[in-house]
Design a protein around this ligand. Structure first.
Ligand SMILES: Cc1ncc(COP(=O)(O)O)c(C=O)c1O
Length: 405
């Protein structure tokens, strides 16, 4: 029988969060070793509970859920998302501008396929949430990375961003709040991004899945609320705020200048019809989830688990000689920098493997987020404080002697 090889398109796709180092960790686990996984940003395994109301409501509605829904989603879900969009100031949004998806992930893929032709460029942050780069690549487009500046709280470097616009650029992607850096972009920065998009006639895609997980009293601003004249697509969902990544429910909202998106929308509609619809039982709880008390607020307020764990990890990392980290403002990730000369690090995958083998801690290397230098890694600070303390002690111990060969 001939050999069936994977598509060569995948050779250019990076997905290290679940990549070779994670595979090695799985192999070690299969030998009975215990690995501390600081690599996956899924709250459920770390004891974060789905709000009871959400589970009860899904149980109650399950018998009523039909085998499918409108390809954009149930009316009740989209209405709740529309009201959410209104509260966030998104301009010119009607019911038909809202699409539910099997997570934001599916909608990112759908949009990249709907928008990009071979040769089209799309501006994506570095570091990024790598799904964006992967989906743009698989869709045949060319991801062009703009730098987010660690010296400026990880905000996008606007000069770098604009210098990368070419006649082939179609869109700018922002991830705000950001994974992996935890940055939340201030209004002034967003306004300048809008200005660049306006000047060069670009679409804006804003991934805001962490918008309800901001800390320190920061109010999240949706870039689409500042761009009524531009074509914008805003993404969010319940995976993080309601700890239900496995239920698979996310959404996207088209806003602003929809006239110039007409053809793109035809593509989006075709692709959403092709996948029938998103998970109907998960759609049935969107209304409950978005209304009323938001239990996630307790986690990100002082005294809450996410808030306190963020503070601890930030302090503990910065106390390690050779490690510095910007304080995250949202979500549950921190992206520390290593002094590569001190540790003689030239290969961040090797560093991740060395840490895994010596301390049985699994992190994701910076390169996994399309970061060009081997000097960063990402920690997910979701595990409970006791576990984090142990992990940070182990990290301090590791960096005390680590020199890469
Ligand atoms: C920035 C960002 N966007 C999208 C997603 C995917 O979310 P979903 O579970 O809705 O597919 C994640 C998940 O980690 C993420 O960090």
């Amino acid at each position: 029988m001939r050999e069936f090889k994977k598509s060569s398109k995948l050779d250019n796709v990076l997905y290290d969060v679940r990549g070779p180092v994670a595979d090695e960790a799985a192999r070690m686990e299969s030998e009975g070793l215990r690995i501390l996984k600081l690599n996956i940003g899924n709250p459920a395994p770390f004891g974060f509970r789905t709000p009871d109301e959400v589970v009860t409501d899904m149980r109650q509605q399950l018998p009523e859920c039909e085998g499918y829904s409108d390809s954009r989603g149930l009316f009740s879900a989209r209405k709740a998302i529309m009201q959410y969009a209104q509260l966030k100031g998104l301009p010119n949004v009607g019911m038909d501008d809202i699409y539910t998806g099997n997570g934001v992930s599916e909608l990112i893929q759908l949009c990249m396929n709907a928008l990009l032709d071979t040769g089209d460029e799309i501006l994506i942050p570095s570091p990024d949430y790598p799904l964006w780069t992967a989906c743009a690549t698989l869709a045949g487009g060319t991801p062009v990375h703009y730098i987010c500046d660690e010296e400026a709280e990880w905000n996008p470097d606007l000069a770098d961003l604009e210098s990368k616009v070419t006649s082939a650029t179609k869109a700018i992607v922002i991830i705000n709040p950001n994974n992996p850096t935890g940055a939340v972009y201030p209004r002034e920065v967003l306004e300048q991004i809008v200005e660049i998009a306006r000047k060069h006639q670009l679409m804006i895609f804003s991934d805001e899945i962490y918008d309800r997980l901001c800390m320190d009293g920061i109010e999240h601003v949706s870039i689409a609320s500042l761009a009524p004249d531009l074509p914008c697509v805003t993404f969010s969902g319940l995976s993080k705020s309601h700890m239900i990544a496995g239920y698979r429910i996310g959404w996207m909202i088209l806003s602003g200048n929809k006239r110039c998106m007409r053809d793109f929308v035809l593509g989006v509609n075709m692709l959403s019809n092709m996948r029938l619809c998103s998970n109907v039982p998960a759609q049935s709880i969107v209304q409950t989830a978005l209304g009323g008390h938001q239990s996630v607020k307790g986690y990100v307020a002082p005294g809450g688990r996410v808030y306190e764990q963020r503070n601890y990890v930030y302090e503990a990392l910065n106390a390690i000689p050779g490690i510095t980290a910007v304080k995250p403002k949202a979500a549950f990730y921190i992206f520390p920098k290593m002094d590569v000369e001190r540790f003689n690090i030239t290969d961040d995958e090797q560093f991740a493997l060395d840490l895994l083998h010596e301390k049985r801690i699994l992190i994701t290397r910076g390169g996994g987020f399309n970061w060009g230098k081997p000097d960063h890694f990402r920690i997910v600070y979701l595990p409970r404080m006791g576990i984090l303390r142990e992990a940070l002690d182990d990290l301090a111990d590791f960096f005390e002697h680590y020199r890469q060969n």
